[in-house]
Design a protein around this ligand. Structure first.
Ligand SMILES: C[S@@+](CC[C@H](N)C(=O)[O-])C[C@H]1O[C@@H](n2cnc3c(N)ncnc32)[C@H](O)[C@@H]1O
Length: 256
């Protein structure tokens, strides 16, 4: 049992937390590197305020926790290091104002209303406000399969269908067609993790990927003068590429 699970099961006297049990492993896997750091967290969906207190306890006193909820009563759940904004996550104007009021975010957890529109609008408005090494987590994606939430298997407009486009953007450096181009997502996302009902997007600045070959070929004549010379030149080229890249990385210049 990880720290968050223990906290949850011992929360008898604390404010109510409502989470699916398997999320705790996912949170800990993607969030633990941020513990005890000076970070900014935003959770959409405050409800009774228990999860905000859980994040405060898990990340430590240097973390600043923000919450968003449509229910005005949630404002009363503010405390030291927990600030709550009242508004709708599907209201672009509200989210744009929010971005002016809070610093860039290290971790965003979308646990709000879980409708397709809410999840898509929140992603479109706030993903750009996540720091270059931050994490975007949206939960309860099972609503993408629930008819009353606007979901349905392979139904157009669900958040799951929307996120399938992320997979193409992630691989866009390899596209040979103008219909798929490198975009901001390609250049700022390191990985996308899908779990039951949860997507986690980890950001990192990405350069054009490269491949190299090290070692000797096993399937051709190896010892003719010509093949030995070719191998020598290739080795020099490979080493040159390796050291050039190494130096460029140190000075943070774009790769060759
Ligand atoms: C599942 S609860 C949040 C649970 C809480 N994070 C926890 O773990 O205990 C969902 C919350 O989202 C809020 N909500 C619903 N629609 C919303 C919207 N359009 N914008 C912001 N919050 C919304 C509800 O008022 C409710 O408090």
């Amino acid at each position: 049992m990880n720290y968050l699970e223990k906290y949850f099961y011992n929360n008898d006297d604390g404010r109510l937390i409502h989470k699916w049990i398997h999320y705790f492993e996912i949170y800990d896997r993607h969030f633990k590197k941020f513990r005890e750091k000076e970070i900014i967290i935003l959770e959409i969906g405050v409800s009774h305020g228990g999860s905000l207190q859980m994040w405060k306890n898990y990340f430590g006193e240097k973390a600043k926790i923000y919450g968003v909820d449509i229910n005005p009563h949630c404002k009363n759940l503010e405390e030291e290091n927990i600030e709550i904004f009242i508004g709708s996550q599907s209201d672009r104007k509200f989210l744009r104002e929010l971005k002016k009021k809070i610093p860039s975010i290290d971790i965003l957890i979308d646990d709000g209303g879980h409708t397709m529109k809410q999840q898509i609008v929140t992603f479109e408005e706030l993903f750009g406000h996540i720091k270059p090494n931050g994490v975007y987590l949206c939960e309860d994606l099972h609503t993408s399969y629930w008819l009353k939430f606007g979901g349905g298997y392979r139904r157009r407009g669900t958040f799951i269908e929307y996120t399938k486009g992320f997979i193409d953007s992630l691989n866009a450096f390899h596209s040979e067609e103008s219909s798929l181009k490198v975009n901001l997502f390609t250049k700022s996302v390191h990985s996308i993790h899908y779990y039951d009902s949860v997507i986690v997007i980890e950001k990192r600045e990405i350069e054009k990927p490269q491949h190299l070959q090290f070692g000797n070929k096993s399937l051709e004549a190896r010892n003719t003068k010509k093949s030995m010379a070719k191998r020598g030149i290739k080795k020099i080229k490979t080493k040159l590429a390796y050291y050039t890249n190494y130096i460029l990385r140190i000075f943070k210049l774009p790769g060759i």
